[in-house]
Design a protein around this ligand. Structure first.
Ligand code: AHG
Ligand code: MN
Ligand code: MN
Length: 363
């Protein structure tokens, strides 16, 4: 039992009580949390539950962006929609698994918030029983009309709340309403999220980086420079050894960084020139960036703060570099030095064809 401990509801009521008109935000976040409890139960059944095999008997379903859609991607999306559409708190929703904005059905009241989410992050890991998660972000909707696509295209600085659930050995909810980043652990017997990690701070000193090294040949020189220096360890300019981790679930990688520091990168690369990164701005990069910044870390595209990026499309992708502040600032400096042509002493063996990567060639 957790007598006297802070439940998620108590925390939200206390945090938002004095903010005018924000009790609706607390109620919305309680609905989102209820959806994550349902997803936790769904995901926790593993191969005993629905959703590992394709419903088409081998044929692949794809979402609007062309990503393979697993049954659990669809089921988790439905779980969030059904938990959050009825309460009169939302004006609309956007998700990785829905091409167009979801309008609140006419039988329900329309509220003043927008919910954007990735219902199942890391879904490529679901059939190997590795941690997955749900990422969400809450924006305001001003006005009485049903929201249009343009209403969702708000920069990350406008988020009023952001969070993720991680379905690992324990299920946790990590969230911010703009006053720090706080972690709650699901007590499965009681069904409550209990505050276990108040005021998370990303450790400033770190010797750990996370990046998918199989993309190395597509990286830009500043990212190659940073990783090469980390790998050189004690014998290189950093003068200490680094460790590398890559879970391939952004939620799990970011969670580790919140707990013990480090830097996470899914940078711009040249793999597919039509995609400026892999991760989505509205429902992956923005909520994670707000959580990291509220915990004292930093988040950048390499050239600008992620939270300042003005979205042009719902499912827009963006380069992501986030984590311990000093490391992110170093990587941003490497981008600026490269763009100004000031990083001449460093020539990665991978990028001796520099002209391909000159800023003017990229413009
Ligand atoms: P999703 O499962 O929602 O499509 O997101 C997967 C993302 C992210 O969680 C992770 O960091 C990245 O894709 C993994 O990419 P690689 O397959 O290149 O490792
Ligand atoms: Mn994702
Ligand atoms: Mn997903």
């Amino acid at each position: 039992m957790h007598l006297g401990r802070t439940t998620l509801s108590k925390f939200l009521i206390e945090q938002l009580r004095d903010a005018p008109g924000q009790s609706a935000l607390a109620a919305l976040l309680v609905d989102v949390a209820a959806a994550t409890k349902a997803i936790s139960a769904m995901v926790g059944r593993g191969a005993l539950g629905p959703g590992i095999a394709s419903p088409l008997g081998g044929a692949e379903l794809r979402n609007s962006a062309g990503d393979v859609q697993k049954p659990l991607d669809v089921l988790t999306n439905e779980a969030i929609v059904s938990h959050c559409e009825w309460g009169g708190l939302l004006a609309g929703m956007v998700s990785e698994e829905m091409e167009a904005p979801y309008a609140i059905p006419a039988q329900y009241q329309r509220g003043e918030y927008l919910l954007v989410f990735d219902p199942l992050d890391g879904s490529s890991n679901i059939d190997v029983n590795v941690s997955v998660g749900t990422i969400f972000s809450v924006l305001r909707h001003d006005g009485k009309a049903a929201p249009t696509t343009a209403d969702f295209l708000q920069p990350g600085t406008k988020q009023v709340a952001a969070g993720y659930a991680i379905y690992g050995p324990a299920t946790m909810l990590v969230l911010t309403v703009g006053h720090g980043t706080h972690g709650f652990t699901l007590d499965r017997e009681v069904g409550n999220f209990i505050m276990t990690h108040p005021d998370l701070r990303v450790p400033e000193e770190t010797s750990e980086f996370a990046i998918n090294v199989s993309n190395e040949r597509f990286w830009e020189p500043p990212v190659a420079r940073y990783v090469t220096e980390c790998k050189a360890g004690k014998t290189g300019v950093r003068g200490r050894d680094f460790n590398m981790r890559w879970i391939a679930s952004m939620v799990a990688d970011v969670h580790r960084i919140l707990m013990r520091g480090g830097v996470f990168m899914y940078p711009r690369d040249s793999k597919d020139p039509s995609k400026p990164g892999r991760l989505r701005l509205l429902y992956e990069a923005n909520p994670m960036s707000l959580l990291i910044e509220q915990a004292g870390g930093a988040a950048s595209t390499g050239r600008a703060p992620i939270l300042d990026v003005a979205p042009a499309e719902l499912h827009q992708r963006v380069p992501v570099i986030l984590g311990s502040k000093a490391e992110v600032e170093r990587i941003v400096r490497y981008h600026h030095e490269y763009d100004r042509g000031e990083d001449k002493p460093y020539i990665s063996p991978l990028f001796n064809e520099r002209s391909l990567y000159r800023p003017e060639a990229r413009a």
